[in-house]
Design a protein around this ligand. Sequence first.
Ligand code: SAH
Length: 256
Amino acid sequence: MSVRAKKHLGQHFLTDENIAKNIVDGLTYNPGGKVLEIGPGMGVLTKYILEKDTELFLAEIDTESIQYLKTNYATLDEEHFVGDFLKLNIAETFADEISIIGNFPYNISSQILFKIIDYYQNIPEMVGMFQKEVAERTAAVPRTKDYGILSVLVQALYDVKYLFTVHENVFNPPPKVKSGVIRLTRNPKEGLTGNEVLFKQIVKAGFGQRRKKLSNSLKVLNIPEKLQTHEFMSKRAEELSVADFIGFTKLWKSYL
Ligand code: SAH
């Protein structure tokens, strides 16, 4: 018996074992270190992770999948399962650091990424499959249409590497779009600490009206007098690098 795919849970089961292996091999395994898989489903990734020297936890909300995993992988029992990822308090549940892996439910992709950012102090690395568009937006560089809030907020804390693209026909049922696998490696950028809140506000306001110059889009934030003539004010958000945004935030803070 296999699990019946439920659309509302974003279930698209990967059927290609080589791709599953490649995703699992994309993560660094520190001996005995903790790994959290989000949305294991029928365990196509899980079985390869279990071959690694690691302490595995599974965030899965589908009771049918959980039952399937317990039945088919003898070593998996109750203590491996931590429930809904979006409800998980990562810092409290795992005490120390934990890496994240998964072929994620695409209906909650950005929520997963924003949660990883929120808990970046606990999460050194993530390897995961998203719909290709989200993977590309996360990895995007300045002056491209994909470069935006997601790119800047993630890249301020993590180096992002786009690993490979996955065709829709290796899933059951096939999703409507191609998928992309990315790796995040924690690397908080210089100068961000202590300025995170303002940084987020500036990035969000800047890209909120991405076709406007920053002098316009940032008006909602009460631009400090001394910044009015800054060279970035005549640029658009997508022209600024992550380092530019961080430097600009620092300067802004110093004028408050
Ligand atoms: N990893 C499996 C399944 C991917 S489908 C494979 O590659 O075949 C996405 C999985 O995420 C499903 O099993 C779905 O039940 C699960 N899921 C959906 N929402 C979730 C949530 N909020 N927390 C944890 N798992 C979730």
